[in-house]
Each structure stands twice: as C-alpha cells, then as structure tokens.
Design a protein around this ligand. Structure first.
Ligand code: TYM
Length: 336
C-alpha cells in the first residue's frame, strides 16, 4: 500500500467554524511536530461538517480559512499532504463497508453523538450517527499508524481500532491498528465561561472560546472575563479550581513555562495581574500566526494549489486501499 519506510500519521479537523485555542494546543501544534518523522496526511473534513446544520457559503469559507490557518501554524505542504475530504474518493466508500460491520448500539452509545443529538432534538440526521464510521474510514483509508488528536477524540479512535480489528478478523489482515497520539499537556482546553466543558468552536457563548484569529483586544477581553474560582490562590486544582487551572494550562502551553513554574511565579499575586499576563502570552503566540494567515488568505490560487497537490497524494493511497478492500469484500473487479 504505502511503500514509504516511514510510518503514517493522519488527522483532521472540521471546517465547521473558526479554529480555537483548543484546536491549536490539542491538535495542530502537535501535527507540526510530527511532520519530519512521519508521512503525514492532514484533512479538512468538510463531509463531517455537514452532519450538523450549516450554511454552504460558510462551509466553503471555513474550508479555505482552516487551510490558511493550518499553513500559518506551520504545516508545510512540501513536507505533508493537506487535503479536503470531499476531494478524495474513498472516504465515504470505505465508510460504507465499515458501517456494514459496525454494531448500531456502539454508534448510539457514542458520547459526542448523544451530546449533539440532544442539541438537535427531533431533527437529528442519520449522518450524525454515522459520523464515527466516516472518521474511522478517514484513518484506515491511509492505513495510519498514529492519529494526533485532543482528548475529546479518544472514543472515536477506540471505535476506529475496533473496526480495523473487526475488518481484519472478518476478511484478512489489512489495516494497522492506529494509536491515538494525545499530548501530555493541553489535551483538553476548557471553555473560559464554563470550565467544566471543553472549549469548542460550536460554543453558543463566543466568550468561552479564544479563536486563533481573534484580534488582541478581543483576546484580552475574553481572558479578563474568564470565570475564575473562589479564593485567590493561583494554583492547579482541576476539581476545585477548574477556571484557574484552565488558565494555567493555557498560559503554560502559550509560554512554554511549566505549570509548576507559573504557580511559583504567581505566589501571592492576584487574579487580575495573572489574567493580564495570560492574555499577553496568548497574544504573543497568536500574532505571528495571524500575520501569516493574512498573507495566505490573500492568495487563493496558492491555497487551491495546496489542496490539489494534497488531494493527488491522498488519492493515490486511497485508491489502492479501496481496491484492496473491495477485493476482500467480494466485489467483482470493475471491467477496464
Ligand atoms: P474537531 O474539528 O472538533 O477538532 C480538531 C482537533 O482539535 C482537538 N480539539 C481540542 N483539543 C484540546 N482541547 C480542546 N478544547 C479541543 N477542541 C478540539 C480535537 O481533539 C481534534 O484533534 N472528529 C474530529 C475530526 C475528524 C478526525 C478524523 C480527527 C474527522 N476525521 C480523523 C482525526 C482523524 C473533530 O471533530 O475534530
């Protein structure tokens, strides 16, 4: 299949809104760090993004925006393949095959399905239930060895592993069993307004979320109004001080200082000063990304070139995997 001696990494983000700080720390930052070591495929999963109500114009815009952010964060398209999911034939095809061996009950028990379905009431589309199968197909189509994601995707990787094992056992060994690559720190950045839930692009309260493209004044305002906890100590205590713990984690991930170092630095200090310094660190991190983003986003031809090159590389592998899977599934070879 993939004949390179290097192992393969695949991971993706949905263009379902603007990328936020959690996407950066839990995901994109770590993708940049594996480029040299692995054959990397980074998807913009537009087909996943339509499992929730959306506007086609916004999706188109968010797809380019996500691509420009990937590039601005340091994903070098000369060293990895960046593609839009809908440009590659094979994702939905493999999802169909995997869906036929996936127990319905397992899909109905998925946490993200239950959460999102609750928000949609009567109007839940079947695509939302099928979401994890499509995600498994994204990963297995490239026979990925590792999948760098934030903690919230753990359950989706588990089902991918189950489906890979089941396919291998039902037909014959075909897929690697992919490993999740979850960062040691900042694997789950929480909402600034409700630190018991994760920071999310779809947070109904935009103040809970620092978007990567937020201007400095907005970042400052959002962090200044972040929910903190009673007491005045600046120390990590996930259970009793989730707000301060979250800010410490954001500060640590933005500045490179450890949480312990920051706790020592802010002993006896107050929340106001601390929050102002957190904002400074986040702004310093995001400013160069925002500058590069502005340059990339001006150049639509370049963005289309990146997508074309990424889709071509991805398609080569996707066709090979699909042909193999179709043969194993018993489909007659297409007459040439
Ligand atoms: P998505 O688009 O929600 O998020 C993209 C990546 O960002 C991580 N992430 C976070 N990490 C830390 N703290 C947070 N608050 C936070 N919010 C998001 C996610 O874990 C993810 O790594 N189902 C996936 C998209 C997908 C995918 C795939 C991922 C589709 N197919 C195949 C990997 C492999 C999703 O919705 O990610």
């Amino acid at each position: 299949m993939n004949t390179s001696p290097r192992k393969t990494v695949l991971t993706c983000a949905q263009p379902s809104g603007k990328l936020q700080l959690g996407n950066y720390f839990g995901a994109v930052k770590n993708w940049v760090s594996v480029i040299e070591e692995y054959d990397c495929f980074f998807g913009i999963v537009d087909q996943h993004a339509i499992t929730m109500p959306y506007s086609p114009a916004d999706l188109r815009k968010a797809t380019y925006e996500t691509l420009a952010v990937y590039l601005a964060c340091g994903l070098d398209p000369e060293k990895c393949s960046i593609f839009a999911q809908s440009h590659v034939i094979g994702h939905t095809e493999l999802a169909w095959i995997l869906g036929c061996i996936c127990p319905l009950g397992q899909l109905e028990r998925m946490t993200q399905f239950k959460d999102k379905a609750k928000r949609q009431g009567q109007n839940v589309g079947a695509g939302l239930l099928y979401y994890p199968v499509l995600m498994a197909a994204d990963i297995l189509l490239y026979n990925a060895h590792a999948v760098p994601v934030g903690e919230d995707q753990k359950q989706h990787i588990e089902i991918t592993r189950d489906l890979a094992q089941k396919f291998n056992a039902t037909y014959s060994p075909t897929f690697n069993i992919p490993e999740p690559m979850i960062p040691q720190t900042a694997a789950r950045i929480r909402s600034l307004q409700d630190p018991t839930s994760k920071m999310s692009k779809s947070d109904p309260n935009p103040n809970g979320c620092v978007y990567l493209l937020d201007p400095p004044s907005v970042i400052r305002k959002k962090i200044a109004s972040a929910v903190t906890d009673s007491g005045c100590d600046i120390c990590r205590d996930d259970e009793n001080k989730p707000g301060i713990s979250n800010l410490l984690e954001i500060y640590s991930a933005s500045s490179g200082k450890s949480v312990a170092e920051l706790e020592a630095q802010y002993q006896g200090s107050n929340y106001g000063q601390f929050k102002s310094d957190v904002a400074d660190a986040v702004i310093a991190l995001l400013e160069p990304i925002q500058q590069r983003y502005a340059e990339y986003t001006e150049n639509k031809d370049y963005l289309n070139e990146v997508l074309k090159k990424g889709a071509e590389a991805a398609q080569k592998i996707a066709y090979k995997t699909l042909a193999k899977v179709y043969r194993k599934a018993g489909f007659v070879e297409r007459p040439r």
